[in-house]
Design a protein around this ligand. Structure first.
Ligand code: BTN
Length: 285
């Protein structure tokens, strides 16, 4: 099957059927054309790709190192949550980045990754993937993908970032505790989706957007895209932040990827990180 992933990207020959396990050789061949994915660590099962990538980063593995596993037995989500990662149903990857940015600009990698993942899903499936601040990928009011970015930084520079991405591609049934809040690309589109196509598209989008985040680029373009796909802006949200719980309207995304909100008394503040509840989502996830 010949598949064009995006205008200008050129066609990519993807042989794997949508439901099959990844063909490691095919994956290595497809990644030859990309700058990310070298070296590639491919596992049938692992505790957490982020944990493995962190060990590699500590041993000086270069930017672009990619860890992928068919299954995670202890996948980790944000805020100490676990991330359900059964074999063969989703994409569970971690990418090592070493951006030449001051630590203050590190947070830009969060919107960059969210736009890359939402963009890849939109291109390959045509689904209207949205972004719930800071980086949940939402389709039909449910979470289809999550991003966990872990950093190691000195005072003046970022040592490395581990960009962990989990995408529910062909998941049909979720555990009870997330059944109301989670979804998958196959559930939303009504058909099986090729994990390989999504994976390669995510890598391409990440490379493209990364080149405009690192110095000399125009991150404004990423923030504009992020805003246009946001399912948070304009909505009432609640958040638990250092000063206590706040109910406010989400006004804007700040240049560093923070969320500008305004409470009922008219006071505005910027939320830098953490978890918000979009009041439109039934389970708050
Ligand atoms: C979230 O809570 O939304 C973030 C989920 C991130 C899951 C991915 S799957 C690959 C990588 N390895 C992990 O242990 N977590 C991330």
């Amino acid at each position: 099957m010949i598949v064009g992933l995006s205008p200008g990207d050129g066609p990519v020959r993807i042989m794997t059927e949508a439901t099959a396990l990844f063909d490691e050789e095919e994956l290595r061949t497809l990644l030859q054309r990309q700058s990310f994915g070298h070296p590639l660590y491919f596992f049938k099962t692992i505790a957490s790709t982020n944990d493995y990538a962190r060990e590699l980063a500590a041993r000086d593995s270069p930017e672009g190192t990619l860890v992928i596993s068919e299954e995670q037995t202890a996948g980790r989500g944000r805020m100490g949550n676990s991330w359900i990662s059964p074999p063969g149903t989703g994409i569970w990857i971690s990418l090592i980045l070493r951006p030449p940015l001051p630590p203050s600009q590190g947070p830009l990698i969060t919107p960059m990754t969210a736009v890359a993942v939402a963009g890849a899903i939109r291109k390959v499936t045509g689904l209207s993937a949205g972004i719930k601040w800071p980086n949940d990928i939402i389709i039909n009011n449910r979470k289809a993908a999550g991003i966990l970015i872990e950093s190691s930084a000195g005072e003046r520079s970022i040592k490395h970032l581990i960009v962990g991405i989990g995408i529910n591609v062909n998941t049909e049934v979720f555990p009870e505790e997330i059944r109301e809040s989670a979804t998958s690309l196959s559930i939303c589109s009504g058909k099986k989706i090729s994990r390989m196509e999504i994976l390669i598209s995510v890598i391409r989008q990440l490379e493209r957007l990364y080149s405009i985040v690192i110095p000399g680029g125009k991150p404004r373009i990423i923030l504009e895209r992020y805003r246009s796909w946001s399912v948070t802006l304009g909505k009432m949200i609640t958040a638990d932040r250092a000063g206590g719980k706040i109910t406010a309207r989400a006004l804007d995304i700040t240049p560093n990827g923070g969320l500008l909100v305004q409470d009922q008394t008219g006071i505005t503040e910027e939320l830098i990180s953490g978890e918000i509840q979009n009041l439109i989502f039934p389970s708050g996830k």
